[in-house]
Design a protein around this ligand. Structure first.
Ligand SMILES: [Zn+2]
Ligand SMILES: [Zn+2]
Length: 365
């Protein structure tokens, strides 16, 4: 690797990305430098470009989920999967780091994804501190970052096609407490929704409905495991509700997962769950505004479980790798990463992602 590293930097919201050169960092003991094979452009990056997330220390190098080859390693690395990765190995890492293990969230509430010290590569790490994002030729893996060796049978394109969406979906499935035979509605056919569809199918759901748009995403939703798809743009709320009721003995489904990020989706989703069912809200990663719900009719009288789902933990990351090792050959995660962009093309990638021309752009620095 040369002595400088090229990175795409978002200096402030709503400004074009800038290419900057960084020196190769000195590595303290336990650190490593990852030569980036792939990173991704996901919905979060569009939010970052607009400045919709709070506490983002611009300038940043975006790209929170990435994969690559270890270029330099200082001291032995201990991976989460028990392996001891060396230079030349293909590895992936968990973007969340510095979760403290001591604060109230970590210890009392047992909600480490709400830890006050928690930082995330490509989102809450400033580019002034170094190579903390995947839209760069190399990524600095600081000591303590959770890494895993990418299994031989998992291609970089499988891992990054699944990306943050699959890791989030593993957490969502935990929150959904899905049982074999359950019927499920997934609202949203972006990267998260598509992975939820696949995992619900693998977890034994007897019927999976997907609500989304546009049509090519619905086609992919079918290939990911959806039995029925409903186009958000060409059907009404009433029509979709009728279709769900018709196929569930007029009962509604056991679990609805919101992965749409729309306040209207919540209003609709509560009407699709059966009495005593569960509604998992995972798409409201930024403030999508208030939803108008009738608590008596839609929650209390229905005896509903409503659960939020925020971020993910190292276990979700490691299980995502294992899921890919077992299932990437048959579930088309790699198709989610529809198009690949170089570092100098990332302004186009953001525009394409926002226009929903693609589910996810891959970044190949
Ligand atoms: Zn903490
Ligand atoms: Zn993401």
């Amino acid at each position: 690797m040369p002595e400088t590293v090229l990175a795409a930097v978002l200096t402030a919201p709503r400004t074009p990305l800038e290419l900057r050169e960084y020196p190769v960092p000195d590595l303290p003991s336990g650190a490593a430098l990852l030569r980036t094979a792939y990173s991704e452009v996901c919905g979060t990056d569009v939010h970052l470009w607009y400045g919709r997330l709070t506490g983002v220390p611009y300038p940043i190098i975006p790209g929170h989920v990435s994969a690559g080859v270890l270029d330099r390693v200082r001291g032995p690395l201990a991976a989460l999967d028990g392996s001891r990765p060396r230079e030349g190995d293909r590895v992936v890492f968990f973007d969340v780091h510095r979760t403290c293990g001591r604060c109230r969230a970590c210890t009392v509430s047992r909600t480490p994804t709400r830890c006050v010290s928690r930082r995330v590569y490509g989102i809450t790490d400033s580019a002034d501190e170094g190579l903390f994002g995947g839209w760069a030729e190399a990524i600095y893996l600081e000591p303590g970052v959770a890494i895993a060796t990418l299994p031989d049978r998992v291609g970089f394109e499988d891992y990054i096609g699944a990306g943050c969406g699959l890791i989030t979906a593993v957490h969502i499935l935990d929150r959904a407490a899905l049982r074999h035979g359950d019927r499920v509605v997934v609202q949203g056919t972006g990267a998260v929704g598509l992975s939820v569809i696949a995992l619900a199918r693998l977890a034994g759901a007897s019927r999976v409905f997907a609500i989304g748009a546009p049509e090519d995403r619905l086609a992919l939703a079918r290939r990911m495991g959806a039995d029925a798809v409903m186009n958000l743009q060409s059907s009404s709320v009433e029509e979709r509700r009728e279709q769900v009721l018709e196929s569930t003995d007029r009962d509604g489904v056991d679990v609805v997962v919101e992965a749409a990020g729309s306040a209207r989706a919540v209003e609709e989703g509560l009407g699709l769950v059966r009495d005593g069912g569960a509604y998992v809200i995972a798409g409201h990663y930024t403030d999508a505004g208030p939803s108008a719900i009738n608590v008596h009719h839609q929650i209390n009288r229905k005896h509903l479980d409503v659960r939020g789902c925020w971020g993910s933990e190292p276990g979700h990351f490691l299980r995502a790798v294992r899921i890919l090792e077992r299932h990437a050959a048959t579930v088309p995660w790699r198709e989610i990463g529809a198009r690949t962009y170089g570092l100098e093309e990332l302004n186009d990638a953001l525009a394409d992602a926002e226009a929903m021309k693609i589910v996810k752009a891959l970044v190949k620095p």
